[in-house]
Design a protein around this ligand. Structure first.
Ligand code: ASP
Length: 307
């Protein structure tokens, strides 16, 4: 285990103004990000795999009501939380994903079960929840996911014109990318989607190559932002492809995909990426993006705005 180990996470991108974000508010988010970094990196420190690390980090963020995943997820137009998640193993390129879940507390863990215990990559809705029951994953009441703050956001979005501009404050998907001591990469993403979405709408997060991707020969990626654009720009796979085919660094590839490809399409969002050498990249075209990184060289940082 001489190889460098690293874990990076994000808690979504958004376009709120710096002035509107108080020090107390940041302290709460910062604590959530740090708890996830410590939980995930603890796995790597104990010899766990990159998959174990991204799953552990995302589970903490799913249980933290501040973020738009698991408890605290945004509401669909009909006032229901519908959850999507994906996980990918960079060593084998095995992947698992779930979408439109209504009763699973930690969607990322169900995504991992789909990867490891089914011949499929993506299960949705009732079929995914049936699969959960068959694998002794307890279902929880919908009330578990409810927070008053998210419900108030839904009411505001319903009262507005429903445009994306109305919703930009509400991104808050979570994700993680990790490099373990054996040199393997993994990525995971989990989300409630977008406030006021139609029920049944699925975004980029559980779609392999759009919101989530990992391959040991390039990088691990987790994206966030306006899913309809991230899907069409296939952002996660595009970062890996630029590294693979053009020999770009992970930082150059991430900047080009967000700064050019996504921006030219008119989409807003960002991503985190980790290369097989442990180089961490973050890129976003929104005003802010919650993120954090921890590695075996002693780095432990969280951030929100550009400086
Ligand atoms: N990308 C997610 C989606 O469109 C939302 C987010 O990142 O907050 O479902």
């Amino acid at each position: 285990m001489s190889q460098r180990r690293a874990l990076a996470i994000h808690g979504g991108a958004g376009s709120f103004a710096r002035e509107s974000f108080t020090a107390e508010r940041w302290a709460a988010y910062d604590a959530g990000l740090r708890a996830a970094l410590v939980a995930g990196f603890g796995r790597l420190d104990r010899g766990g795999s990159a998959l174990d690390a991204v799953e552990a980090a995302v589970r903490v963020l799913e249980d933290e009501p501040l973020f738009n995943a698991g408890r605290g997820a945004v509401f669909s137009h009909d006032g229901i939380n519908e959850l999507d998640a994906a996980i990918m193993d960079g060593a084998s390129r095995a992947a698992g994903a779930v979408a439109a879940l209504r009763h699973v507390r930690n969607p990322v863990s169900l995504a991992r079960l789909v990867m490891e215990r089914s011949p499929h990559v993506l299960l949705v809705g009732t079929g995914a929840e049936e699969f959960a029951l068959e694998h002794d994953v307890p279902l929880c009441p919908r009330a578990w996911f409810h927070t008053d703050a998210r419900y108030a956001q839904l009411l505001r979005a319903r009262a507005g014109d429903g445009s994306v501009a109305d919703q930009l404050d509400y991104f808050g998907t979570v994700g993680a990318v990790a490099l373990d001591g054996a040199g393997n990469l993994a990525a995971a993403t989990s989300t409630g989607g977008m406030t006021n979405k139609r029920w049944g709408r699925i975004g980029d997060s559980p779609i392999i190559g759009a919101g989530t991707y990992a391959a040991n020969d390039s990088c691990a990626v987790s994206a966030t932002g306006h899913g309809e654009y991230l899907l069409r720009a296939t952002v996660a796979r595009d970062v890996a492809a630029r590294m693979e085919y053009r020999g770009e660094s992970v930082t150059a590839a991430a900047r080009a995909v967000i700064g050019e490809r996504l921006t030219n399409l008119g989409g807003e969002g960002g991503l985190i990426a980790l290369s097989r050498d442990g180089e961490f990249a973050v890129a976003y075209n929104t005003r802010a993006m919650f993120r954090g990184v921890i590695d075996s060289d002693g780095r432990l940082e969280t951030g929100l705005f550009s400086d």
